[in-house]
Design a protein around this ligand. Structure first.
Ligand code: ADP
Ligand code: MG
Length: 333
């Protein structure tokens, strides 16, 4: 019977849903707005994200997967249900198969609960898959060959570095340093240097529009507004690429270090492949200006940005589900 396979990238910053034959049909921030007094979920996704930093006392905009772990399981489950219901799985003629990708540090118990939540929302056969593997497939890497492939996925909460060969992870490392921490670093830099308090969203805008981590490769400036820490009044300042780059230096060096550790633990034959093929960057954090150049310089291997790095995991789930079909039909023959 006709059924559509569904792939879900349950990210710390964004949730993407891929439906077979249709492509990515949902892409929303992993944010839930809750009313504390009633415990009710008010908004999920894009509309909840607009509330971050702008809520009155009783309402809180929560990121349930903050730092790459499930900070609040009930809210995560509510969010997942909301998104699956939004694409109206129940309207499909038969129950779809689902492949869900969640952060690498999610515990076994949490994985089981995610599976159950997806099944309750209308999934038939729900499976979970490791994120770096799916990201690599989505980035177009040939990970099923007996050769080394290295991927660095920089998300919102975690950076995952992995070397894959013959369809599996050979060496890997996951650190809690990624896009969100960059924002925090920018925020504290502005606070310390200019005695100005800014919001998370402003910090993220600075990161995207001004920052560079490869010296002298970007010359932008931006006017930002915040609250003066001394007199409490609104104030405007201008920030420049160079200073933001310096503020991010330490954070980025942790990512470089994680990549170096993985390379050190990689069997030599696979290291040789990586020199030939290069390292692929995925995830939204990989869009940080200059990080590809800096990594290439530090790791001494070519570094390439994946096409549409924020969509790799979702695309990868689609490719994997299709391959499952092939594997299953081969079994029948
Ligand atoms: P996750 O997989 O954890 O949900 P994503 O891969 O969706 O994370 O990436 C989200 C992160 O990417 C956020 O921290 C966001 O600020 C960052 N990001 C998105 N676009 C850019 C950009 N142009 N420059 C720098 N960072 C970016
Ligand atoms: Mg991700």
């Amino acid at each position: 019977m006709f059924s559509r396979d569904i792939g879900i990238d349950l990210g710390t910053a964004n949730v993407l849903i891929h439906v077979k034959g249709k492509g990515i049909i949902l892409n929303e921030p992993s944010v839930v707005a809750m009313d504390h007094t009633t415990g009710k979920v008010l908004e999920v996704g894009e509309s909840a994200h607009r509330m971050v930093g702008r809520t009155p006392g009783n309402i809180e905009a929560i990121r349930p997967l903050k730092d790459g772990v499930i900070a609040d399981f009930d809210v995560t489950e509510a969010m997942l249900r909301h998104f699956i219901n939004k694409i109206n799985v129940r309207g499909f003629l038969s129950k779809p198969r689902m492949l869900i990708c969640c952060p690498t540090n999610v515990t076994k118990v949490e994985q089981k609960a995610i599976k159950e939540a997806a099944e309750k929302s209308g999934g038939k056969k729900v499976s979970l898959e490791e994120e770096p593997k799916v990201a690599a497939i989505g980035a177009g890497m040939e990970i099923f060959q007996p050769s080394g492939n290295m991927i660095i996925d920089i998300g919102g909460g975690t950076t995952d570095v992995a070397v894959l060969s013959m369809g599996d992870i050979v060496t890997s490392e996951s650190i809690k340093m990624a896009g969100d921490k960059f924002d925090v670093e920018i925020l504290s830099y502005i606070k310390k240097t200019y005695k100005l308090l800014i919001g998370e969203r402003t910090a993220e805008q600075i990161k995207q529009n001004v920052a560079t981590v490869f010296k002298d490769s970007r010359k932008e400036e931006m006017e930002i507004r915040g609250r003066d820490m001394v007199n409490g009044l609104p104030r405007t300042i201008t920030v420049y690429s160079d200073e933001i780059g310096e503020a991010l230096q330490e954070s980025v060096s942790l990512i470089i270090q994680a990549a170096k550790t993985v390379l050190e633990h990689t069997p030599p034959e696979l290291s040789a492949d990586i020199i030939d093929r290069g390292v692929i960057l995925t995830g939204g954090g990989a869009l940080l200006h200059g990080i590809d150049q800096l990594l290439a310089e530090e790791l001494k291997v070519p570094v390439f940005m994946a096409e549409e790095p924020m969509n790799c995991v979702a695309k990868g789930t689609g490719i994997m589900l299709e391959n499952m079909d092939k594997v299953e039909s081969r079994k029948i023959v």
